[in-house]
Design a protein around this ligand. Structure first.
Ligand SMILES: Cc1cc2nc3c(=O)[nH]c(=O)nc-3n(C[C@H](O)[C@H](O)[C@H](O)COP(=O)(O)OP(=O)(O)OC[C@H]3O[C@@H](n4cnc5c(N)ncnc54)[C@H](O)[C@@H]3O)c2cc1C
Length: 512
């Protein structure tokens, strides 16, 4: 067995493993969690003043008459509008007429009321890690909520935090009190509000569900321009239509999130498998017996032009308590013995490991590439053939530096009505993190492949995790929300009667 570590932890490593006649050679991006690039809009160059349909747009924004007085900054500067017309996908560009960086919740209320009066659309934006213009709005106003980022109270079992804060900042603050959210996104450089508007999946979701199922209360500015507090007990209709609600009924300005006691350390096991079926077998077994706190499956392109399969199982512990028993943790598993890796780190390092590795990925050019991601929840009974077929249609050689991911999940812990799960007890989030060099000329093909995969997966009972590039139509959304559609429509009419919020999702096309 040969193992060569080319760089310090966090950069690119090359491993070569030989066992019997088989060789597994994996080139791993050690930001081995799926979601890994920080926004760095300041460095984005060469912005073309294009609308999403490719036509040129006027660089002069329309004048905004009768503006209220904002405590924050209401900018019509071209640079600010340009930043708000891009996102992590770099696929869609819609140029707003203005960008508000609010300094208070009152600013958010004012801007929504102003937009309503003037027939303008408004979109909340967190970190802009959407991949197809979900937080963009052509000619309207983008509310850049990162300026509302205070952590206002940490209690024994919950934290109150403004929507623009990052998960990494939140974690740092709660860890100082020995507490942590039970689920974190694998990349903690996302905003609280952006994640609560989509769902929030991490490696502990198999046990605790999505992040939206760990929210106790919200403060929301509705499309009517009203500040409301909601929870499962108070205004439940608003609460359930805002969580995973894709910004359709209101902008989250503050959230109360559940906390649990935090461990101090994490022991991370990387287990390698000869094929996806073997990995899924162990992933299911480990979900059932719960011996690891965190589980995530990776499918990684190898330099040989094949796919490598790796399960990351992590157990959390507190250093003063008994250390984990490796033999017990690895018993009865079918990984390729002898090449597993084990590493201890602090819980904070584990939770922020992707953030720490971002610079390496940026240096490799991954940030500037286009990211037509594909993300669906697939029923357990269909996952293996579906993944095998999808992999056969993708070239590992052209795939780029990011992995394909498999999160095992349990429908019993999926409760948020607007995050529909497949109708099977166990299901998997299957993420294809495509990263394409703009010069590769494969974008249209990738988007078309996403669509084909979506339709095939839907026929198998899959549901969409709406963070990727699928360009869903209103009819697709109606099918996606299924029995929740009527309720969402009603909530939209009630809380956003003029249809001004978050048009980039294309759920409710605006009547002209
Ligand atoms: C690098 C990267 C890593 C990721 N890692 C994970 C991960 O580990 N787990 C996971 O589940 N997902 C992950 N995602 C997906 C991510 O959770 C979603 O794309 C999320 O919406 C991004 O958060 P954001 O702050 O960038 O939101 P934005 O892209 O700014 O906004 C996303 C959507 O939410 C709306 N929105 C934003 N803020 C609010 C608000 N306060 N109130 C209401 N609506 C709002 C926007 O209008 C938009 O429609 C990742 C994506 C990327 C690109």
């Amino acid at each position: 067995m040969k193992q060569e570590e080319l760089t310090a932890r966090g950069c690119l490593r090359t491993f070569e493993y030989e066992k019997g006649s088989s060789t597994l050679s994996c080139r791993l991006v050690l930001c081995i969690t799926l979601f890994h690039i920080l926004p760095c809009p300041e460095t984005k160059k060469g912005f073309a003043k294009m609308s999403h349909d490719g036509s040129h747009v006027d660089t002069q924004p329309p004048a905004h008459a009768d503006l209220p007085i904002f405590e924050g900054i209401f900018s019509t500067e071209e640079g600010d509008r340009r930043l708000a017309s891009d996102d992590f996908g770099h696929l869609v560009h819609r140029v707003p007429s203005a960008v508000l960086s609010p300094r208070s919740v009152d600013d958010v209320v004012r801007v929504v009321q102003y937009a309503r009066q003037h027939g303008l659309t408004v979109a909340p934006r967190g970190q802009g890690h959407s991949t197809s213009g979900q937080a963009q709005v052509e000619g309207g106003i983008v509310v850049h909520l990162t300026s509302l980022n205070a952590i206002t109270a940490i209690h024994a079992d919950c934290v109150e935090v403004e929507a623009g804060a990052l998960w990494s900042t939140l974690l740092q603050a709660t860890l100082a009190q020995g507490l942590t959210p039970p689920v974190l996104t694998d990349f903690t450089g996302l905003s609280i509000g952006g994640v609560l508007s989509v769902g929030g999946i991490g490696g502990t979701s198999y046990r605790y569900g999505p992040i939206v199922d760990n929210v106790l209360a919200l403060e929301v500015v509705t499309g009517e321009g009203k500040l409301e507090t909601c929870s499962p007990q108070q205004q439940p209709d608003l609460f359930h239509n805002v969580l995973a609600g894709l910004g359709q009924c209101g902008m989250i300005v503050k959230a109360t999130l559940r906390l649990v006691p935090a461990p101090t350390h994490a022991r991370v096991f990387h287990l390698f498998y000869p094929h996806v079926g073997a990995m899924l077998h162990d992933q299911r077994l480990l979900m059932r017996d719960g011996r690891f706190d965190y589980l995530l499956g990776y499918i990684i392109p190898t330099p040989q032009g094949t796919w490598g399969y790796m399960l990351e199982g992590t157990i959390f512990y507190t250093s003063s308590a008994q250390h984990p028993d490796n033999a017990q943790l690895l018993a009865h598993l079918g990984f390729i013995a002898g090449i597993e890796q084990v590493e201890d780190m602090t819980y904070l390092t584990f939770a922020n490991r992707v953030v720490l590795q971002v610079d390496g990925l940026k240096a490799q050019g991954a940030w500037d590439q286009q990211h037509p991601w594909f993300d669906v929840f697939v029923p357990d009974s269909k996952i293996e053939p579906f993944v095998s077929e999808a992999l056969a249609e993708i070239s590992p050689i052209d795939f780029g530096l990011m992995p394909i991911l498999l999160y095992g999940l349990d429908s019993a812990s999926f409760r948020a009505p607007l995050l529909p799960a497949p109708a099977e007890g166990t299901f998997f989030l299957f993420d294809i993190l495509r990263s394409l060099a703009p010069s590769s000329g494969t974008l249209a093909q990738a988007i078309e492949h996403n669509r084909q995969l979506y339709e095939r997966s839907r026929a198998l009972g899959a549901t969409c995790y709406p963070i990727g590039t699928l360009n869903l139509t209103p009819a697709d959304w109606q099918a996606h929300f299924g029995p929740q559609w009527v309720g969402l429509q009603r909530a939209k009419q009630r809380f956003d009667p003029d249809d001004i919020l978050t048009p980039g999702q294309n759920i409710f096309p605006r009547q002209k």
